[in-house]
Design a protein around this ligand. Structure first.
Ligand code: ATP
Length: 341
């Protein structure tokens, strides 16, 4: 059986990390039928649309996407394609596990944190307009429906996966109505999960607490913008943005993508670390029920990470390019297959 997957290689470092990831996923022996599309500025140049309708139709058909980063222009230009896709397919839960990989030197060992980010509303929606020249309004919309839905997602995940503790992250001391509503929804949902300890921390304090002692947290649930910022902070615990995967999950579709952006500073140089997208691919394999393939890649990664010279340059001692790193992972997978025959 083969899996139909919509592939969006993206731009910046997207094509490089996507190519490496696809090669490694295919080396497992799992069959994929990739439906590959450009979105964003590249698509606009070719088709006059930022998200061509073929992309939407493909995701409606496959229900699963693997997506590289897509550049969002800063301070003007078109709206975020990433946000548009999450909203279009109601991918309301952004699931971001923050875990160390063996043998990678990091600031903290054995971090195992899960960030659950609400993905469809809040300030991150970019609902803005200029009221009069020199005055801009940006809308933060928080609803009971979306807040309850994300809190349920977090608590249900915790129950299924034996997680012990959830903190809701907020700024309800200042945004009393919007973040206040978010907190009320989390508290109501928490009552149905008495075995899970529930806590609340203010977002600025959370940043300090995380850096002081990340082990005090288990799972964090928060609205969209706080999730964006806290995720990058937490990426630093496990080696940086080259390592953190994510799954955008809805009731009907799922899109898997790295937490990092298109990293224009290193694009086109064959130096980006594809691990974050690859780990997103592992989340996708498990979503597709391909558990053995996911273990195969995980074991190979573990072996490759013992050799700093085979790693990309964002890792201390790393000397390899993006594609050489992929070659090394595939080589380990092949060795393991030969050994088991
Ligand atoms: P966005 O807001 O679009 O998510 P960002 O502001 O988080 O983007 P990135 O494009 O992710 O910014 O890049 C931030 C820094 O991390 C850059 O210096 C970039 O080179 C580095 N970086 C990001 N991804 C990787 C990667 N896969 N491998 C190595 N370095 C990376």
């Amino acid at each position: 059986m083969s899996h139909k997957v919509t592939l969006i290689p993206g731009d910046g470092i997207g094509p490089e990390v996507s190519q490496a990831t696809v090669r490694i996923l295919e080396a497992t022996g799992v069959k994929f039928e990739w439906e590959s599309f450009a979105v964003g500025a590249d698509a606009f140049e070719k088709h006059g649309e930022y998200i061509p309708k073929e992309v939407i139709e493909s995701i409606e058909r496959t229900h699963v996407g693997l997506k590289g980063p897509v550049t969002t222009p800063v301070g003007g230009g078109f709206s975020s394609i990433n946000v548009a896709l999450r909203q279009k397919f109601e991918l309301y839960a952004n699931f971001r596990p923050i875990r160390n990989l063996p043998h990678i030197p990091t600031r903290y060992p054995d971090v195992d944190l899960i960030i659950v980010r609400e993905n469809t509303e809040s300030l991150y929606s970019g609902l803005e307009h200029e009221v009069v020249p020199g005055v801009v309004e940006s809308l933060k919309i928080i609803t009971e429906k979306a807040s309850t839905r994300i809190a349920k997602f977090a608590f249900e995940y915790a129950r299924k996966n034996q997680r012990k503790k959830i903190h809701a992250i907020h700024k309800a001391n200042i945004m009393k109505l919007s973040d206040g509503l978010f907190l009320r929804c989390c508290r109501t949902v928490a009552k149905g999960f008495p075995e899970i300890t529930y806590g609340e921390h203010i977002v600025d304090n959370t940043c300090m607490q995380l850096v002081m002692n990340p082990y005090q947290y288990d799972m964090l649930v928060m609205e969209n913008l706080y999730g964006d910022i806290i995720s990058d902070l937490c990426a630093a615990f496990v080696g940086g943005l080259g390592f953190v995967p994510s799954a955008n999950l809805g009731d009907h579709c799922a899109i898997f993508e790295a937490v990092h952006g298109s990293a224009p500073d290193i694009a086109g140089k064959n130096i980006a670390n594809p691990t974050a997208l690859l780990r997103s691919g592992l989340l996708m394999l498990r979503h597709l029920g391909e558990f053995d393939a996911s273990t195969q890649i995980r074991n190979a990664l573990e072996k490759v990470y013992r050799h700093p010279e085979k790693l990309t340059k964002d890792i201390p001692g790393g000397q390899a390019g993006t594609s050489q790193f992929a070659d090394a992972v595939i080589e380990e997978m092949e060795k393991a297959k030969t050994a088991s025959v």
